[in-house]
Design a protein around this ligand. Structure first.
Ligand code: NZQ
Ligand code: ZN
Length: 391
């Protein structure tokens, strides 16, 4: 048991702190024609788009708005058409994970010669290779996904009724601005979603089986502890405490800039089961994870035993009782933490009943996700149990 071989390359330049938007022109070549892409309007309403435009004075600039939460292929393709028609060659993503994800796909799709639908991971299909992508920068307004410092995206296909993953080293952002003050306008629901999403990103890379990867384990535990210690302050939407939001923002980026994944096994079943819930019932991404994770920990308790016990001890200081009692307690503490943020952990809290178990399991089967988790043990039978345990 030792750290597995790995390759780690992360070229994303991080501009962290107050007023860093004003520095971005340093990292965009002067001859670029820039399309600013944003979501439903929060970035415009709260003045972030104006700040970006001011920072980019002198460039040729256009705007594209309306990227929805859980960004769709269909909307992204509208941007692709605009970019081709008006010859933009640099994109600025201003928003949360949805805008950043859409921009990643857009930047690859614009230069892709085949059908952009082939770029997606779909069950067991190998996605087509991205050979080229437009460069883009990010101004992040919602800490949660880590998309600002990674090479992945999740796109919803209305037509295929699926949320599919897309990724390529060529869609790492050129730079990402992380200004904690931009989080002050977030409502409690989005702050809580961000805490849970970050927490679960860490768990997907940490709560598997031990390979004696101490740097990764302690780093993961550090991010989890940060979230637990600051959770109630982070979700207090009226508390604009810079130090708290700065820790939150950096925790979220660290949750999924893939550093935690170096040399360790990874799970991701909670995410894949969660994506189906969003697709079917429209529940926010972070909230779906709070439904799935405690139940998954319970169903996979034997397979994950060593890591759950380590988590119990190092995160919650659970040292008394039998192994099973410690595991029960760790699962309970995890669910309590999510609930303390105002994020429910059961389907019934959303008035979703037993029928969901078969509907969601069938969707996963249809999408080819039948051997999930770090050991490929999360099969349809386990998936059913996990959804059932979350009712
Ligand atoms: O659309 P606007 O008007 O901008 O409003 C957004 C949106 O309604 C609002 N918002 C964002 N910043 C704000 C703000 N409101 C007030 N003040 C601000 N500063 O928040 C709402 C949610 O935004 P969204 O971008 O959808 O949230 P999030 O960052 O949680 O992203 C979720 C998406 O990321 C994917 C998810 O599947 C989901 O589609 N993920 C991407 C990952 C990745 N690329 O690595 C990993 C994640 O696990 C996740 O799957
Ligand atoms: Zn996530």
């Amino acid at each position: 048991m030792a750290i597995e071989n790995f390759m780690y390359h992360n070229p994303v330049r991080i501009l962290f702190g107050k007023d860093q938007i004003s520095k971005i022109s340093k990292y965009v070549p002067k001859d670029k024609k820039i399309l600013i892409v944003y979501g439903g309007g929060s970035a415009k309403k709260f003045g972030t788009i104006d700040k970006v435009k001011k920072a980019l004075e002198g460039y040729k600039i256009g705007e594209f708005s309306g990227i929805p939460a859980n960004p769709t292929y269909e909307k992204s393709m509208e941007a692709v058409e605009l970019i081709k028609k008006e010859n933009y060659d640099f994109i600025m993503a201003v928003g949360g994970g949805s805008v950043v994800d859409a921009v990643k796909f857009i930047c690859a799709a614009v230069l892709f010669e085949g059908d952009p639908k082939d770029l997606f991971f779909w069950g067991n299909n190998e996605p087509a290779e991205v050979k080229n992508a437009l460069p883009f920068g990010v101004v992040l307004t919602l800490p949660a996904t880590g998309s600002e410092m990674n090479d992945g995206a999740v796109i919803t296909f209305v037509e295929r009724q699926a949320k599919l993953s897309f990724g390529s080293p060529l869609v790492h952002p050129q730079f990402s601005v992380l200004d904690p003050e931009l989080t002050y306008t977030l409502p409690k629901r989005q702050l809580a979603n961000g805490v849970v999403d970050t927490y679960v990103h860490v768990m997907e890379q940490y709560l598997t089986y031990p390979v004696d990867a101490r740097v990764q384990d302690y780093h993961a535990e550090g991010v989890l502890k940060t979230l637990i210690e600051l959770g109630s302050d982070i979700v207090d939407e009226n508390k604009h405490d810079y130090a708290v939001r700065a820790n939150f923002m950096w925790a979220a980026t660290n949750g999924l800039n893939r550093f935690l994944a170096c040399g360790v096994p990874q799970d991701w079943a909670t995410h894949i089961l969660g994506h189906e819930i969003t697709e079917k019932y429209g529940i926010d991404h972070g909230r779906t994870l709070a439904i799935v994770l405690p139940s998954l920990m319970n169903v996979m308790r034997n397979s994950k035993k060593d890591k759950i016990l380590q988590y119990a001890k190092n995160i919650f200081n659970i040292t008394q009782g039998s192994e099973d009692e410690k595991i029960d307690k760790a699962i309970q503490k995890t669910a309590e933490f999510f609930e303390s943020l105002g994020v429910p952990t059961h389907f019934k809290d959303y008035e979703i009943g037993e029928e969901a178990v078969e509907i969601l399991t069938n969707q996963l089967e249809k999408h080819g996700f039948t051997k999930l988790g770090e050991k490929g043990e999360v099969n349809l039978e386990k998936i059913r149990l996990i959804y059932k345990g979350a009712l």
